[in-house]
Design a protein. Structure first.
Ligand code: ZN
Ligand code: ZN
Ligand code: ZN
Length: 151
């Protein structure tokens, strides 16, 4: 990782009023290299970069960064939360039901809420969370190959 990128990430933290720590910088670096990682994956990446760090310290860093809007937390139904550093563009996600791979999909509208509720019940809506579930091309191809092998 280049020096310039570290300085950018430190500036990003300061801009959001967050104290710059080695842990928080390492978490941000892990996320820019592997977006949509789980907390456990981020902890492993951070450990390989800065050495021993408790799981709790990683969770604390993720919670702070999420609270400040520096990273985004995605909670797919029935699986671990994922984190990413692509924020503020209201993009959505495709998730494979078979291998859990998650990829970004741009929002056609680009701003929240991009879906208008038919009935808002008087709520001020600030977010429409969209996750498309299905199968990735690899898993779909693998299944096709299995079917062909059985024929
Ligand atoms: Zn898949
Ligand atoms: Zn994303
Ligand atoms: Zn949208």
């Amino acid at each position: 990782m280049s020096m310039g990128a570290s300085i950018d990430k430190a500036a990003l933290l300061r801009r959001h009023g967050v104290q710059v720590t080695a842990q928080r910088l390492a978490v941000l670096r892990a996320l820019s290299e592997e977006p949509h990682s789980t907390a456990a994956e981020i902890a492993a990446a951070v450990r390989s970069e800065i050495g021993a760090i408790s799981q709790q310290a990683v969770y604390d860093a993720l919670a702070t960064l999420t609270d400040k809007g520096i990273i985004r937390r995605i909670q797919p139904a029935g699986s671990s939360a994922r984190y990413e550093d692509r924020v503020d563009d209201n993009h959505h996600h495709l998730i494979c039901r078979s291998c859990s791979q998650m990829v970004d999909v741009d929002c056609a509208i680009g701003e929240t809420p991009c879906l208008t509720a038919a009935e808002d019940s008087g709520y001020e809506i600030d977010e429409a969370e969209v996750i498309y579930w299905g199968r990735c091309p690899d898993c779909a191809a693998a299944e096709q190959a299995t079917i062909r092998a059985k024929q």
